[in-house]
Design a protein around this ligand. Structure first.
Ligand SMILES: [Ca+2]
Ligand SMILES: [Ca+2]
Length: 129
């Protein structure tokens, strides 16, 4: 009972309350992906300047090594797993929000908050809890 679709960059994407599988090829500034309730999986394969929200439920948000996050990626409620194998730019923000979130960012130049466990290969920015 969820979405399993591949989306482009400029349109807003809103998931269902079930477990959605969303593959997003990039997101322009002003556009939002909101997976809403359920244990959703969001895979980012292009640069994100907009907002990616996991919504309620234990979500998995993944980005491959070529991706740069310039906007906001947020797990929202529950225990989310966010793995950004690319770069979080100085304007970028990765936020676990409520729950025991696990965050991994390969190269962090931005802001990184709201997680109980974090790993980072390379960081040039202040990391706050
Ligand atoms: Ca959902
Ligand atoms: Ca969540």
């Amino acid at each position: 009972m969820g979405l399993s679709r591949r989306f482009g960059a400029s349109a807003d994407i809103t998931g269902a309350d079930g477990d959605d599988v969303i593959v997003c090829g990039g997101l322009d500034a002003g556009a939002t992906v909101d997976a809403r309730g359920g244990a959703d999986t969001i895979t980012l394969t292009g640069d994100v300047s907009g907002t990616v929200l996991g919504g309620d439920g234990a979500d998995v948000i993944l980005a491959d090594g070529a991706v740069t996050i310039r906007g906001l990626v947020e797990g929202v409620g529950e225990n989310d797993f966010i793995d950004i194998n690319g770069t979080v730019a100085p304007t970028g923000r990765v936020h676990g929000d409520d729950g025991d979130d696990v965050l991994h960012v390969h190269v962090n130049q931005g802001e990184w908050t709201g997680a109980t466990a974090r790993t980072c290969v390379r960081s040039t920015a202040e990391i706050s809890p």
